[in-house]
Design a protein around this ligand. Sequence first.
Ligand SMILES: [Zn+2]
Ligand SMILES: [Zn+2]
Length: 360
Amino acid sequence: MKPIGAEAVCGSVAPGRARARQAVLFAPGDLRLCGFSPPRPGPGELLLQVKCALSCGTDLKTYCRGHPMWRLPTPFGHEFAGVVVEIGEGVTQFKPGDELMAAPTAPCGACFHCRRGQENLCPQAMEKMVMGAYADFLLLPARVVACNAFRKPAALSFEEAALLEPLSCVIHAQALARPASAESVLIIGAGAFGLLHMLALRAAGVREVAVAGRGADRLQWAERLGADHVIDAAAGDPAAEVARLNDGFGPDLVIECTGQVAGWRDAFARVRRGGRVVFFGGCAAGTTLDIDTRRMHYDNLTLIAPFHFRPRDVRRAHRLLADGHLGAGRIINAHRPLADIAGVFEMLERGTVLKCAIVP
Ligand SMILES: [Zn+2]
Ligand SMILES: [Zn+2]
């Protein structure tokens, strides 16, 4: 499903269909709640009544400066969970009334990258991303229904279930980085992704997890959620604190979650000899990283830059959320009604909220 254009969603309501609301981003900084007529699901599709949608760093970036992949105006929001209200022809695994969680993309399963197990790079995955979760209703395309949608366990809250997409990204990165239980890991960046990485590492039984970041609020969250060490990147001598990790050898694995070149540079500089770096946070287009080739080779570094996720990562993320031990819902530290969606983004710009639950 291509994002539904705003002309379709802000137009008149089809007779016989309930009037519903959907947030549309018209231009950077211009997010409005519009009336729209929820579409009828076609073959393989289903219509979801959104129970919770989550704010995401990608949404904030798009709100501030637009996004190279998404044409404006666009319905907005891509992390969600809800209840099935209507199913299209051929949908057998879900029925109206089922509580459902899903990732907003699905690969084609047949292209060059899909055939090589790199479904995260499938062109279909990004081109046909589900947008419009900040709404009363959301249509899920057939590929997503068939591949990346799951029944939500009753014990899991809608807001925690809506973390499926960001957690899938985290699981993909960690599947490539393979943190071992005896290892010491440094996370650079104490935002929602940094903390999700930390919780997943904790769940995997990793021995030492340190979080380096900025902002007293965020560092406090990291500590409260279980970081062994919290390093203030803006005070003291953070490089010396990192060097003391892992019994003075420095971290075995560094996961960069700021999406800033300075963070990438730090990650490269701080990892121990023979260690691995995961560049998880994507930087702005056109930025470059100079690396010391001598260090790269003679310190035997492994650099990984994972993007997006594969269906197997979504399945693993679903299992982790479903079994309830992760406690990932703790990173959601604000709640707002859908009616206040424009205010949500003004609040996010101030930077104290990790993730906001938006409830219709
Ligand atoms: Zn997201
Ligand atoms: Zn494909």
